[in-house]
Ligand binder design. Structure first.
Ligand code: AQP
Length: 326
């Protein structure tokens, strides 16, 4: 079985972009791959955060991943900082990573623009830590949305450089492209992001979902209810496809196109479909959260398994580097 590695940051509430763009696919991958899923808390340190909230965020995110169907009996689910080899390998890989490649990364530029008061070196070397996450487990497949393609390309480049310098050590990880596209935030402009505050969360209760969708953007060319709409360029109509059956989606889009239904009707239908789709996840996550000891057990077991693999890889890496054994 090939190994898949993927990570998610505990950098805010788990949103429908994370779910539709990544985690729904992770759940399916468990059937065909040895999957390693990591809560990348060290990556999240590169952004502003409140230390008092971090461990609770990790527990909440774990409960949500388990509720979505990540199965610890089949996959390794663990927290990045529980396996110190991630940072050790990241340092080593940094020594073969060209500085210029890092400063060219789109996400580095975007996040620097978003938080000009916090352009830290961790933000710059973020893709090196991501390469370490993948290579530590010799993962050959990495599920990527279009926002992660550039980082994976760099991880492949780092792999080639390391292997060329120190001998064949790591397989070059290949992207596993997912069908789901980038989900835009409720502003209808930028990517839905935990840290931007433009998200609809899996944990949002029905009244919050109704309110958020009620304020979401629709077709800007449709000024009055009698104007025919353009569902293909409407944010609300775009989301309908993920939460309604194909037949219902077609009916809703036709209502918009023919102006027999207004934007408010579209929003109401979307909100109710979302509420129904997310309710079971919210309930399951709440059940897990009621037992934080069980969550800790899952993460503890995951870290123990991950550490065995990571220690083995690092022993080989240190040997390749010619470091004196202690
Ligand atoms: N809007 C999105 N649409 C589709 N997929 C998305 N992902 C994130 N946002 C969207 C995918 O979710 C996985 C986990 O993401 P992450 O936590 O590693 O970091 P991110 O991509 O930076 O996610 P956020 O929500 O935007 O976090 P912040 O605000 O902290 O930077 C990844 O597979 C990602 O592609």
């Amino acid at each position: 079985m090939e190994t898949v590695f993927s990570g998610i940051q505990p950098s805010g509430g788990f949103h429908i972009g994370n779910w539709l763009g990544a985690v729904q696919n992770w759940v399916k991958l468990q059937d065909d791959y040895r999957c390693i899923f990591c809560i990348v808390d060290l990556h999240a340190l590169t952004q502003h955060y409140e230390p008092a909230e971090m461990s609770e965020r990790v527990i909440t995110l774990t409960s949500e991943l388990l509720a979505c169907g990540i199965d610890p009996a089949r996959s390794i689910l663990f927290v990045q900082s529980h396996v110190p080899e991630h940072t050790e390998l990241a340092w080593i890989l940094a020594t073969v990573t060209p500085h210029g490649d890092l400063s060219r990364m789109t996400q580095f530029k975007d996040k620097s623009e978003r938080a000009p008061d916090n352009i830290n070196a961790g933000l710059l070397t973020y893709p090196v830590l991501m390469a370490a996450d993948i290579l530590l487990y010799k993962a050959t497949r990495v599920p990527v949305g279009d926002d992660q393609v550039q980082h994976l390309e760099l991880a492949r480049e780092i792999t080639r450089k390391f292997n060329a310098r120190f001998g064949e050590t790591f397989p070059e990880p290949q992207p596993l492209f997912t069908k789901a596209t980038r989900i835009l935030g409720l502003d209808g402009k930028t990517k839905m992001s935990k840290s931007v505050g433009n998200s609809l969360l899996i944990a949002d209760p029905p009244e919050v979902i109704r309110k958020k969708i009620g304020n979401a953007f629709t077709d800007p060319t449709r000024v009055r209810k009698v104007d025919p709409g353009h569902p293909e360029s409407c944010y609300v109509c775009g989301l309908q496809g993920y939460f309604a059956s194909p037949e219902e989606t077609a009916r809703l889009h036709e209502g918009c196109r023919s102006a027999t239904a207004g934007c408010v009707d579209s929003k109401r239908a979307l909100a109710e479909n979302m509420i129904n789709a997310l309710a079971p996840l919210r309930e399951k996550a709440a059940e897990w959260k009621a037992h934080p000891d069980k969550i800790r057990q899952v993460l503890g077991d995951g870290a123990q398994t991950a550490r065995v693999i990571a220690a083995d890889t690092m022993a080989r890496v240190r040997e390749r580097l010619g470091l004196l054994a202690p």
